[in-house]
Design a protein around this ligand. Structure first.
Ligand SMILES: [Zn+2]
Length: 498
């Protein structure tokens, strides 16, 4: 792979102003697909959830999924959008092997929702992100390229297509250019996607798991000479699949654009691929203009004309406003501004909330998610929302700690087991034999052994230097493989020596 030259982030900001644009696709969790009755569940055997309509066979007629329209309107309302009184679907014509009809049924100049906004908070500053539109469309199928080293089509021996995903309802949410974020542009992009995901989860309209592709972000970026205003030529980095990658992709593209512009070059309008492993983007295809898609109104579907009564009824089902909700939770949980900012910043607000609902205290929920689990997510290049441990499991681990079955250190081994899919926390404690030894006989023997092995330490304690007990406790804990209650061990040692 050719290495592109980059300007340092600082130098890029000295010379240029970034403008962001985000396009987020949300896969709805409706029971059936957008235009047919096929189930939309994830993970079924390839090509088992298909019918003539979603395979695009001649003569098949589509019909609009009412629940999908309802979800689209609720998303639009939650983003402070206007809802169209009348709108149509359109055919977007292009060829893709995993798109059986050779057109995608989408919306073009008549989106269901338009002109909204969402406030995004980064380090205590609020940035208003204007929403241009949210429109309905259908997903494509999925290609699997076999035989190459990269999983991409280049170098593959052959490709397989799974049409289960073809026709799953999608809502595409498009922002207007986000200007004025300056050095915070990468973080604003990340925070926007995080808060949008939070909103989608609160609405209950999607599983919103980035690792399963339920929520996919395309990141547009352009630079303009500092202070000049206007917009430069943009690139669009496709399908960035974690919050962290959104931030990294913006930062990378800012530095790459800056290097090209600074050396007198010009930016090619194109799509780019994000490479998680190396943290770079590479050239995709030249970006088509809307004209190339030959959009025209879909003749097989009637227009969507939601009544104002229905829209108002749906407005009544919206969840609490996210900003108000954060303020309420912070007060309820007794978190400092910093605690709250870290929790929101890690995308862990919903996880902490659910863990507390499952029975832990706010501080313990925060400790596990932001300490242990955020670290592990970071090590494996993912987000806590995708790590594969649930709030219920975290609460179960904490319940074992509080019952004295395990301590915090042993709890970490339980998380190892959870991530390896070894069953419930209780099953893992049993299978890995992690429970703290409460058998006084076994503890007594370990304490006697430690005293015998460390006669000088024992002598100090007998002379009243109680602080020296730490060394003996350490020796006992080592012999017991950490599976002892340190306070109990301490009491036993002092009992025997003083
Ligand atoms: Zn179907």
């Amino acid at each position: 792979m050719k290495t592109e030259s980059l300007l340092s982030f600082e130098e890029a900001l000295e010379k240029f102003d970034p403008a962001l644009g985000l396009e987020v696709h949300v896969e709805l969790n409706t029971a059936t697909k957008m235009f047919c009755g096929c189930p939309g569940a994830f993970g079924a055997e390839p090509n088992t959830q298909v019918c003539p309509t979603c395979l695009g066979l001649p003569g098949a007629m589509p019909a609009v999924n009412r629940v999908a329209v309802e979800s689209a309107i609720r998303i639009g309302l939650a983003l402070n959008c206007s809802i169209a009184e009348w709108c149509r679907f359109a055919r977007k014509n292009y060829f893709y092997p995993d798109m059986p009809k050779n057109f995608q049924t989408s919306q073009y100049d008549e989106p269901i929702a338009f002109e909204g906004w969402m406030d995004v908070e980064v380090d205590g500053t609020t940035y208003r992100v204007d929403i241009e539109r949210a429109h309905m469309e259908e997903d494509t199928g999925k290609s699997l390229h076999v035989g190459g080293s990269t999983g991409r089509i280049h170098g593959a021996d052959y490709s397989l297509v799974d049409y289960n995903r073809a026709g799953i309802p999608l809502i595409e949410i498009v922002t207007k250019p986000i200007m004025g974020a300056g050095e915070k542009a990468p973080e604003v992009a990340r925070a926007y996607v995080q808060q949008l995901r939070e909103l989608i989860v609160a609405l209950g309209v999607s599983e919103a798991r980035m690792d399963q592709g339920n929520l996919r972000a395309d990141v547009n970026l352009s630079l303009a000479p500092r202070g000049a205003g206007g917009l430069g030529t943009r690139t669009e980095t496709k399908n960035v699949n974690s919050f962290r990658s959104v931030e990294r992709a913006v930062r990378y593209e800012m530095q790459r654009h800056a290097a090209i512009l600074d050396s007198g070059g010009s930016i090619k309008q194109e799509t780019r691929h994000w490479h998680e492993d190396t943290g770079v983007t590479t050239s995709g295809r030249e970006k088509s203009d809307a004209d190339d898609y030959r959009y025209f109104p879909e003749p097989d579907l009637v227009p969507v004309a939601p009544s104002r009564e229905w829209v108002e009824e749906l407005r009544g089902t919206l969840p609490e406003n996210p900003t108000a909700k954060r303020a309420r939770l912070q007060a309820e949980w007794g978190f400092s501004d910093l605690d709250m900012r870290d929790t929101v910043g890690a995308g862990a607000l919903g996880l902490v909330e659910e863990t507390i609902a499952a029975g832990t205290t706010p501080q313990t929920a925060r400790k596990w998610w932001l300490g242990e689990l955020a670290r592990r997510a970071n090590d494996s290049g993912t987000d806590v929302t995708s790590i594969g441990v649930t709030p219920t499991q975290v609460a179960a681990v904490q319940a074992l700690v509080e019952a004295g079955t395990i301590n915090d250190k042993l709890a970490r081994q339980v998380f190892d087991g959870l991530l390896a899919g070894e069953g419930s926390p209780a099953e893992i404690v049993a299978a890995r034999d992690l429970a703290i030894v409460s058998d006084e006989g076994a503890l007594g023997t370990a304490v006697d052994n430690a005293i015998a092995a460390n006669p000088d330490v024992a002598a100090k304690i007998r002379d009243g230097k109680v602080a020296a007990a730490g060394a003996l406790i350490g020796a006992v804990m080592q012999e017991m493989r950490g599976q002892a209650d340190a306070n109990r061990v301490r009491a036993l040692i002092l009992d025997k020596l003083t």
